[in-house]
Ligand binder design. Structure first.
Ligand code: ADP
Ligand code: MG
Length: 697
């Protein structure tokens, strides 16, 4: 008897060699095999009368052999040519390279069933099936046939195992499967959603029976498909829900609010917050006041105003006597946050510092000492913050900006510097909700879905390199109006030198065209102080045109910059283009973005450029990106922790995902069911779970 977790090699017809092949493709257990569901189904049950066939149809026919012969050809080897009739008409069936059929008798009068695509044979003036799948009726015993006379599953070929072989292996696995396998889905969920039980679904998703509806099967809309999709999402969301519950049980840092503190928070606001900012802040404050540690993801499109929300949380932390830390992925961004923090928080008299990787040893040691002694209340920095020797005296709030640039591990490492500190991670690379739910499912989600008032949408145009002069004229007219511009060059690690050269050449050329001398070049190889002084000067309006590699991609905020020219836009990903474009359109002046590319573009690049030109909405773009790249790519391969789904598909199945999340939340709190659910989880995911998720219980 097979169990779901038996190795595939124990299935009849698999054996060690094929077993190994399947293993190498991630199909290790019977369960893995059974979740390799058909990619489509064919109706080979309803035989079409020959006089009703039409060209192009995939049809099953049942007939008698009228005459059959083998023809030896010079070019196409041996052709087996049979004339068939079902009493309504005659058709031909031809098998090229039909040598392998020699052993079959093909005698007149024999009954045969066939499946293939109907074509018209000009030589014979009849319909013909070329190389159809077929079975002699007395061979198989009609009922036992896996290939004809039923809805037949078509499988994606894996490890050289054809669809036809898969049918046999899956059939054998199902026949030998123990009858008492436990269904991981609670009965209550199944009946509420009309999901059949596990055994039925496994059987029918592979070998449907009447009255199953071929249309629904092929649209993945059958109860069996829906069940497996749901189940996959449910188990994942269950892990997240259990983790969140676990988190709630932990005693974390708890902040108090008072009228005094609320006044402090109000005092720092340089503007009226948007309704979305208010809502999100309330969600954050509720978490901060609760006894458990906050674990929240703050999503908001580029320029939606996440920073001020973070600063408000910082005020709450410091007023409660805790330290707060803010980590950013680049030095420029860390520096900018520091400048902002000084500007916005200075009236409150906080002690603040910035920690960069480049600073001198003695200076760094002194900072480390001050931080450990609790003398610094607000600490801002780059990756340097997660180094070993960095310790805090009383860390109550961890904020990670541009989270997508960091891995999960880095986030956890920073968090480990406090005792269950409150954590807020922010990301401006909008990801579709579905992806957020599977990628950051252990975090509570807040979304700023509204832009600050008074912004005019950025106008985006696509130009070919031949239009360079026109682009320069646009730059000139912005500069003449007292505005500033970015000119961005791609920087790809492998060819850093070449790209640096093109940025440098671009800089030289622009310096020639704009003789004011107010053109600067910024790139990653400059020393920190140089970068800072350039950025400071740009922010202060001392530079008109900033030529740069992508170091300015995230976070940089200069409201007077109103034009961005992106050179070689075809080399950037969609998220990156959107991030870059977000550097303009930050003030009330109208802004534009020029995407410069060569005349010839590949399909993907063209799709991206078109999407960029058509919308400014980061969430829309994220959806498009998901369509173009698929979830795995989009989440980023490194450390993303993106689970792989066998049946479910984030793009097609978002409704079931939402349902699964709701149900998982409901069931995770049911103590009576928990043990069974955890058992299901570890059976599905083995010890490790999706990216080591299953550590609960
Ligand atoms: P992001 O969400 O991309 O980090 P920022 O926090 O940098 O965005 O905010 C972008 C700009 O919008 C900043 O200059 C900020 O001062 C400004 N801003 C944020 N919120 C508001 C608001 N409610 N009203 C007016 N300006 C705002
Ligand atoms: Mg930001």
């Amino acid at each position: 008897m097979l169990r779901l977790d038996s190795g595939v090699q124990y299935i009849k017809g698999v054996g060690p060699r094929r077993g190994e092949l399947l293993n190498s493709r991630g199909i290790r257990t019977v369960q893995d095999l059974l979740l390799h569901i058909p990619k489509s189904y064919q109706d080979r049950a309803n035989f079409v009368p020959m006089n009703a066939l039409h060209v192009g149809q995939d049809a099953a026919v049942r007939a008698r052999i009228y005459r059959s012969r083998a023809i030896q050809t010079r070019t196409r080897g041996r052709i087996q040519d049979a004339i068939l009739t079902d009493g309504t008409s005659f058709i031909h069936a031809k098998w090229f390279h039909g040598g392998y059929l020699q052993k079959k008798a093909f005698l007149p009068g024999q009954e045969i069933v066939l499946f293939g695509r109907v074509e018209f044979d000009r030589h014979e003036s009849t319909f013909v099936l070329f190389n159809p799948e077929f079975e002699m009726i007395e061979d198989a015993g009609e009922a036992a046939s896996l290939d004809i006379g039923r809805y037949v599953p078509i499988y994606e070929e894996v490890a050289g195992i054809t669809s036809r072989q898969f049918r046999r292996i899956v059939w054998a696995a199902l026949a030998d499967l123990a009858k008492d396998i436990e269904d991981p889905l609670p009965e209550e969920i199944r009946s509420a959603n009309e999901f059949p039980d596990l055994a039925t679904c496994l059987g029918r998703i592979h070998f449907p029976e009447p009255p199953d509806d071929l249309g629904r099967l092929n649209d993945r809309d059958s109860p069996y498909h829906r069940r497996f999709i749901f189940e996959e999402f449910f188990l994942l969301e269950l892990v997240f829900a259990l983790r969140r519950i676990e988190g709630r049980g932990v005693m974390g840092v708890r902040f108090e609010t008072s009228d005094g503190i609320r006044d402090q928070v109000k005092k720092i606001l340089p503007f009226h917050p948007t309704a979305a900012q208010k809502r999100v802040l309330k969600e954050i404050v509720d978490d901060l006041k609760a006894p458990y540690p906050m674990n929240r993801l703050l999503q908001g499109d580029v320029g939606s105003g996440k920073t001020i929300v973070a600063f408000e949380a910082i005020v709450l932390a410091v007023e409660n006597g805790y330290q707060a830390v803010l980590m950013a992925p680049t030095e420029i961004l860390a520096e900018q946050h520091y400048i902002n923090a000084k500007r916005i928080l200075s009236s409150l008299g906080y002690r603040m510092c910035v920690v960069r990787s480049g600073i001198k040893k003695a200076e760094k040691l002194e900072l480390i000492r001050q931080i450990a002694a609790g003398e610094q209340q607000v600490v801002i920095g780059t990756h340097a913050l997660i180094e070993q020797d960095m310790e805090f005296r009383k860390l109550g709030l961890v904020i990670v900006d541009e989270q997508h640039r960091f891995g999960v591990v880095q986030r956890l490492r920073l968090m480990s510097k406090g005792e269950n500190p409150n954590t807020l991670v922010m990301t401006a690379t909008p990801i579709p909700r579905t992806l957020a739910m599977t990628l950051y499912g252990d975090l509570d989600l807040s979304v700023i879905d509204q832009m600050p008032p008074g912004r005019t949408p950025i106008k985006t145009v696509h130009m070919m390199e031949a239009d360079t002069e026109r682009a320069h004229r646009m730059i000139a007219s912005e500069v003449a109006a007292g505005r500033q511009c970015y000119v961005v060059y791609p920087l790809i690690e492998e060819s850093e030198k070449i790209d640096l050269r093109s940025a440098t050449e671009g800089f030289n050329k622009l310096s020639e065209v704009f003789k004011t001398g107010r053109v600067a070049l910024l790139h990653g190889r400059l020393k920190s102080e140089e970068k800072e002084s350039i950025m400071r000067s740009f922010a202060a309006g001392g530079i008109d045109i900033l030529v740069s590699t992508t170091v300015i991609e995230v976070g940089v905020d200069v409201a007077n910059a109103t034009l961005m020219l992106i050179e070689h836009a075809e080399r950037f990903g969609l998220a990156q283009l959107h991030q870059l474009r977000g550097r303009v359109g930050r003030g009330s002046g109208s802004s534009s973005c020029i995407l410069m590319t060569p005349a010839r573009l590949n399909d993907v690049a063209r799709q991206r450029i078109r999407a960029m030109v058509s919308t400014n909405d980061g969430f829309r773009l994220a959806e498009v990106d998901l369509q173009i790249r698929g979830p795995g790519e989009m989440a980023g391969t490194r450390q993303s922790g993106m689970p792989e789904f066998r049946v479910a598909n984030l793009m097609m199945d978002s409704k079931l995902l939402a349902l699964a999340q709701k149900e998982a939340e409901r069931w995770a709190v049911r103590e009576d069911e928990r043990e069974k659910l955890i058992r299901a989880l570890s059976s599905r995911y083995g010890g490790a779970g999706p990216a080591g998720l299953v550590t609960v219980g």
